[in-house]
Design a protein around this ligand. Structure first.
Ligand code: HEM
Length: 346
């Protein structure tokens, strides 16, 4: 007991001693450092002043001091904004570079899929068709596609044109392209917003996930093995595309609206953040839409017919959307023989 008390007293003594000795040292080091810092910054200021007599003036301007601008409004006094440099570095650096690599990666992956697996052909056609998309569905889909492609092409031109187009076509031609791109981008956006909202609302009912979608994910839709996996009206991949389009679409729209309306006096940091969100969501949408466009055309035989004429061959429905096909057949009161009346393709 006694020895325990003695041990504690020793511990307290050592700890107390350590604090007493180190605290003044730490304090004096801190003070020396800060006064050295102050001294250094005073020296710095003096040196700056000798080199640039307006250094103090510009420092105040940079910190948004009042009275340096006759212009009124939010941030009117901030004549130099540090965030602008960070934004420019991020936009021209990682945002553009990662974006370009992502798009190139998607194109490469789709190219490899086409080279190694080719078009997913129908083994045969029945010659009978099933109604899939109404005229209204096709109208909103193609409206969305045209406005999206206009935005994507002009947007990419504005983001990468300086590095890709200008060396190819020269400054003047690039200037002309950029001058057209900007208004086209601005005027296409209300159409994209309208078609996007219509699509999101009209097609939500097809895109709630079900238990068999898990199998689709596990087998990557059968694209690597060419095995047909269960799917309802939309397969799991199409559902992911729909939800990605809805969320990234709303981000691209919201951020685009900030950029489109500077007259509402948004702060510069709001505009800079909007620009980065706009680029990121647009690149994501472009990457995903490349996959979608490939699968809807050369990737899968018979799919494009769904969005052109609104009808698909029964065999296509049976192979790619078996659950939906069974529902249609059940509602007709028949289970069609896929081979009956078929017109075989090779
Ligand atoms: C040349 C470009 C395009 C082609 C050829 C194309 C083709 C198609 C086809 C054939 C379908 C029906 C698939 C089925 O019935 O299972 C479809 C559906 C769809 N498309 Fe497109 N599309 C294109 C561009 C776009 C773009 C740019 C967007 C969005 C910005 C888009 C969004 C959708 C959505 C959300 C669906 C429903 C879900 C799905 O089936 O994947 N499409 N498209």
């Amino acid at each position: 007991m006694k020895s325990e008390r003695r041990r504690r007293s020793w511990l307290a003594l050592v700890l107390g001693g350590w604090i007493v000795v180190t605290a003044p040292i730490a304090l004096s080091v801190t003070l020396t450092e800060s006064s050295a810092g102050a001294e250094a910054s005073d020296q710095e200021k003096a040196r700056e002043a000798s080199q640039n007599p307006r250094a103090e003036y510009w420092r105040e301007v940079r910190h948004g001091a009042q009275g340096y601008s006759a212009v009124t409004g939010p941030e009117a006094n901030v004549l130099i904004q540090d965030g602008g440099e960070t934004w420019q570095e991020l936009r021209n650096g990682p945002a553009s570079t990662i974006g370009a690599w992502l798009m190139a990666g998607v194109v490469l992956a789709l190219g490899l899929l086409q080279i190694f697996k080719g078009t997913w052909k129908l083994d045969h056609r029945t010659g009978r068709t099933i109604k899939r998309w109404s005229a209204f569905d096709r109208f909103i889909h193609w409206g969305l596609t045209v406005s999206f492609l206009l935005l994507a092409l002009t947007g990419l031109g504005l983001l990468f044109g300086r590095y890709v187009l200008m060396p190819l076509v020269g400054k003047e031609a690039f200037g002309a392209v950029a001058a057209v791109s900007k208004p086209v981008h601005d005027y296409a956006s209300p159409f994209f917003i309208a078609f996007l909202l219509l699509t999101v609302v009209a097609w939500m009912k097809y895109n709630f996930f079900t238990s068999y979608d898990l199998e689709w994910f596990k087998k990557v839709g059968g694209y690597l093995t060419r095995e047909h996996v269960p799917a309802g009206f939309n397969n799991a991949g199409e559902k992911v595309w729909y939800w990605f389009l809805s969320v990234a679409g709303l981000v691209v729209v919201a951020s685009g609206l900030f950029l489109l309306t500077p007259n509402f006096e948004w702060s510069r940091s709001t505009m800079q953040l909007s620009s980065l969100f706009h680029i990121a969501s647009a690149i994501g949408l472009i990457c995903f839409s490349l996959v979608h466009m490939y699968l809807a055309t050369i990737g899968n035989e018979g799919t494009l017919e769904a969005m052109v004429g609104g009808e698909v061959d029964e065999r296509w429905a049976e192979l790619h959307h078996d659950v939906w096909y069974d529902e249609i057949m059940a509602s007709r009161g028949t289970k069609a023989e896929p081979d009956a009346g078929s017109a075989r393709v090779s």
